[in-house]
Design a protein around this ligand. Structure first.
Ligand code: NAD
Length: 250
């Protein structure tokens, strides 16, 4: 608990569980007022909101919706303005996988993963950065992946979306830097969440064998960097892609 994010207003997509929840709780623990946007189970989101309030984010709220819906992104920006008065930090964390070998992957699967993981981040960035531009400050953190940096067999859709997020991050940093807005990407490796728990034992073992530090990461490992990137201590860092992966990328 500290005050690195004291009085900041943050919106975290996919914030009701996993890495997004961990980021939301860490932000609240550092003094931020936090909103989460998620299309999952409302009861799970409500539980996260209660935990956020207990940490001092007394005005925490959850929005139910799909980040790949342009109307939802607009509604999210309106809620941030109406309830929090502004948005200082946007974390584009919502994401899905739908793995399969390239030759068997359907165009529908490819497009669905791109739509949620990449178009969703674009839509949220477009609407929320309009608020940030008026404030002349803001920080955007995009959740990419090591799979977006070096590819991954069985994840043509996912790794393409995560590589695309890096392009979005770099362009956002260039376009909005003059307005005092930073944009950075985190590229997690293999992190213990529901997403990776869906893998079979052989896939898990192969992933862990590729990690020099010899263990999966925790959602808190990712949240630690997200807190720093969202804080004023990182105000001169933009357009960076930082791997948090126990060395998996090397
Ligand atoms: P998770 O499945 O546990 O949580 C994802 C959350 O996003 C869920 O609450 C889900 O309801 C929400 N979500 C998904 N699609 C959405 C949509 N269209 N609109 C709104 N909410 C949506 O996954 P996680 O492991 O916590 O992953 C979080 C992010 O980190 C994802 O972008 C993922 O690709 C990325 N990532 C995860 C790992 C890992 O090893 N777990 C590694 C690299 C990157």
């Amino acid at each position: 608990m500290g005050d690195l994010l004291k009085d900041k207003r943050a919106l975290i997509t996919g914030g009701s569980r996993g890495i997004g929840k961990s980021i939301a709780l860490a932000f609240a623990g550092e003094g931020a007022q936090v909103a989460i946007a998620d299309y999952g189970d409302e009861a799970v989101a409500a539980e996260t909101v209660e935990e956020l309030k207990a940490l001092g984010s007394y005005a925490a709220f959850a929005l139910k919706g799909d980040v790949s819906d342009p109307e939802f992104a607009k509604v999210a920006a309106i809620h941030m303005k109406d309830i929090f008065g502004r948005c200082d930090v946007l974390v584009n964390n919502a994401g899905i996988t739908d793995d399969g070998l390239l030759l068997r992957m359907t165009p529908e699967s490819f497009e669905r993963v791109l739509r949620i993981n990449l178009t969703g981040a674009f839509l949220m960035t477009k609407e929320i950065s309009a608020l940030m531009m008026k404030q002349k400050r803001g920080g955007i953190v995009n959740m990419s992946s090591v799979a977006g940096v070096k590819g991954n067999a069985g994840q043509a859709n996912y790794s393409s979306s995560k590589a695309g997020l890096i392009g979005l991050t770099l362009t956002t940093a260039k376009e909005l830097g003059s307005r005092g807005i930073t944009a950075n990407a985190i590229a997690p490796g293999f992190i213990d969440t529901a997403m990776t728990q869906a893998l079979n034992d052989r896939q898990r073992e192969a992933s862990i064998a590729a990690i020099p530090l010899g263990r999966p990461g925790t959602p808190e490992d990712i949240a630690n960097l997200a807190v720093f990137l969202a804080s004023d201590r990182a105000s001169y860092i933009t357009g960076q892609v930082i791997c948090v992966d126990g060395g998996m990328i090397i």
